[in-house]
Design a protein around this ligand. Sequence first.
Ligand code: GLV
Ligand code: MN
Ligand code: MN
Length: 406
Amino acid sequence: MGASVPDHFEQMWADLAPVGRSAASGGYFRQPFASAERELMAWFVEQAEARGLRLQVDGFGNTVAWWNVGSGAGVLTGSHLDSVLDGGAYDGPLGVVSALAAVDLLRERGFRPERPIGVSVFVEEEGSRFGLACLGSRLATGATPWSKARELRDRDGVQLAEAMADVGLDDEDPQPWLGSDAIRCFLELHVEQGRDLVDRGAAVGVASRIWPHGRYRFDISGEPNHAGTTRMEDRRDPMLTYAMTALAANKQARVAGQRATFGRVETTPNSTNSVPSAVTAWLDARCDSDRALTTLVDTIWRQADERSQRDGTRVTVTPESVSRGVDFDPDLARRIATDHEGGDWPVIATQAGHDAGVLSAQGIPSAMLFVRNPTGVSHSPAEHAETPDCLAGVDALAETLRRLAS
Ligand code: GLV
Ligand code: MN
Ligand code: MN
């Protein structure tokens, strides 16, 4: 590690720490195309300019800072700066800060790449505002067409196209540009969202694959009525159907060795002394194969439907964001894990979604480095990584970039 890079890393981390942090929980609220995330994007532009990197902002707001050396298709590395609601500091920003620090380290070591290296920030990776995970990379690669995405609405009814125009992204017909002709490969460093690396005693790991996962909206309608005067046997209560569906989802996922979560629920009219008229709840389901995901969601859906018949309610289910499983290029993962000094880095699967998965599915050779997370907690204010592990990640990223850009 060069002399000044740990200081650069610490300084960048200190710059980001207060942006979008809740005083109450210590967690982060960095929603896309809104103030905290825009402040982070402005910070990224400043960092790029201070390093003399060339900025490229696409029509969707994804931003790349290019170290324009050498020639040919570039090597891209980076992550995202948005967060889930009340999220942690590391999910996303660690990959962006580490990418900038890796460029600093390579320069400090006098390395001159033979091909350009780009540091990328993709917008709305979490899908926390518009509901579609990895929205920025899906749009940049053309995996999701703009004509479909522009209609997406946030919780306040604001359309994606309006939210983008409000921050100056008003291209009527933004075009995808990110493909294997433009980019030689993509490398995303990320805090680990689990405890594999702790169990294996390793500071850094490499991703083998991402589990298939998806988000499904359950709309349950019933009959609004008085909470006191309506006899229990006369109710058509959608909350009851929802509650039994949440229990069924938990049980089915446990039995199948998979994952199912209802993390967001809205009830109408949300009144203490009324039987609600409607409940909308979002299922997040993740499985170790595409087939298992289909089976799990179908089973939960069927159980919700059966329950609704007993409750006199009605259920409809709408898939809102589905990501098929991704196997990262095994040769690339193996080379990254073994082709360096010291012991091999573990190669591990993840249940979390990432832009690297979208790029990989679109034919761009992609790989991920994970940095150990002592508790494994993520999507929470408690998400953490120790600074020496983060610096080991920067070193691993720099050495991997050196090989890929030579
Ligand atoms: C992103 O972090 C996801 O897996 O939801
Ligand atoms: Mn992330
Ligand atoms: Mn995340």
